[in-house]
Design a protein around this ligand. Structure first.
Ligand code: 0X9
Ligand code: ZN
Length: 426
């Protein structure tokens, strides 16, 4: 019901065979402050079948005493505005369609698939999927003696999940693993992940500090772990989140790859069992094609050289979080060390431009989430340190973060990453 609009769009595309891009012209992104009583807002969301960016649980109920960020289709703006009269709310995007067009226009190579330059100008714009692959290959080609292109299986649509592995004096050291863009619409995350790889490789020869990091660890950086979803955000629907896997007996598409990891997957309340929901957990633990490739890859690393650090990179909310997602009472055995590193990372980020990050365990900091990557990587792959970050912003632009913020986001995130690399214990 909540997503009937999206399914209608998909049905039309299927029937006509035309690539009908979901239009957000005149649609708004709005933030509503929720008090103790969630019922009035829940009724509005239900009545208008509104999609949510943040703040609505897997059961469709808004979270009390927080913000709910909603997408209001153009045709429903007037009715919505009348219905929320008396509630505290603000408009984030006056015209989402215009914001999305601006993002495309400012991203010069977004449509052209022009060869991406492996220099800092790459981070001035968002890019087509093909350009992301070119970026990785060109970067690797510049440092052939200490890097290789790697793949962690294939996506559901058959796209290799592509990353770069690099190292200093010798390969085979403890692994630092980064995943970007598991959620398709979180474009800032792939860009930022690429920046971290680019920065470490291009500064290896000139910076003794960077050299010490790259000599100490093997880096495995996968900027876009959900390529099918990512491509879909560029061809069909900018706000798509999940992968593009079908589910028998449902016309709805996609699993939330960050609700599918096979650890405490069956715990209730932290994901949806409805294939039409944005947080659909899949039909069985680990049944998302991308999850199979990613976890096989990490398992191999864990067995071979141990995983020192794993970070799953998301947006938006400016949070730096630790296990667990599945439970608010369970704490990681090294929780004290994780919180201390998280606190330092948050302040290292803030020191650059004043961007404020909060930190803490996922479940108590953001919400309960089962089958999320960090729980599995912590308990099954036994990574020494496991985190997930929600990059900029806190909701002014949300998922449609202007290209001018890519570089500042990447720069401050590097400082947080640097803090971890300096302060982790082997
Ligand atoms: O809901 C999520 O998966 C994450 N928020 S997002 O808006 N980016 O979708 C937060 C869940 C915790 N993250 C991880 N466990 N990686
Ligand atoms: Zn996400």
């Amino acid at each position: 019901m909540l997503y009937s609009l999206i399914s209608l769009g998909l049905t039309l595309t299927a029937v006509t065979g035309v690539l009908a891009k979901t239009s957000y012209d005149g649609a708004q992104a709005v933030r509503v402050a929720v008090g103790d009583d969630v019922v009035p807002l829940m009724k509005i969301i239900d009545k208008l079948s509104l999609a949510s960016w943040k703040g609505v649980g897997p059961n469709g109920v808004p979270r009390a005493n927080g913000n709910v960020d909603l997408v209001v289709p153009a045709k429903k703006v007037a009715e919505f505005t009348a219905l929320v009269d008396g509630m505290e709310f603000e408009v984030m995007h006056e015209d989402l369609g215009a914001s999305i067009s601006a993002e495309e226009e400012e991203s010069v190579s977004f449509k052209s698939s022009a060869a991406a330059a492996v220099d800092v100008t790459y981070f001035n714009a968002y890019h087509a999927y093909a350009d992301h692959l070119t970026f990785l290959r060109d970067l690797q080609a510049q440092y052939p003696t200490r890097s290789e292109i790697v793949t962690a299986g294939n996506s559901n649509g058959g796209r290799p999940i592509t990353g770069i592995h690099f190292y200093g004096t010798a390969a085979g050291k403890p692994a630092v693993v980064l995943h970007g863009n598991v959620h398709a619409r979180e474009w800032i995350t792939g860009m930022t992940t690429e920046y971290l790889a680019w920065y470490l490789l291009t500064n290896y020869a000139s910076s003794s500090e960077v050299k010490s990091f790259v000599d100490k660890y093997d880096f495995y950086i996968f900027p876009i772990v959900n390529p099918d979803g990512f491509v879909y955000t560029q061809t069909n629907d900018r706000l798509w989140r999940k992968n593009r896997q079908t589910t028998p007996n449902s016309s709805c598409i996609g699993r939330d790859v960050n609700r599918n990891w096979p650890f405490q997957w069956a715990v209730t309340g932290g994901a949806s069992t409805d294939p039409c929901n944005e947080t659909f957990k899949g039909r069985a633990a680990g049944d998302a094609t991308e999850n199979v490739g990613l976890r096989n890859y990490i398992s191999t690393l864990a067995a071979k050289q141990k995983v020192q650090l794993f970070i799953d990179i998301h947006s938006y909310s400016q949070l730096f979080m630790t296990p667990y997602g599945y439970s608010c009472s369970a704490l990681a055995t090294n929780n004290a060390a994780l919180q201390s590193l998280a606190r330092g990372t948050a302040s290292a980020i803030q020191a650059v431009y004043g961007t404020v990050y909060e930190y803490g365990p996922i479940c108590s900091t953001i919400y309960q989430a089962t089958g999320s990557s960090v729980d599995w990587v912590n308990d099954i792959a036994k990574a020494k340190y496991t985190f997930t970050i929600e990059l900029r912003d806190t909701g002014r632009y949300g998922f449609i973060l202007p290209p001018a913020q890519i570089l500042p986001t990447a720069l401050e995130t590097y400082q947080g990453f640097r803090y971890l690399l300096l302060n982790m214990v082997l």
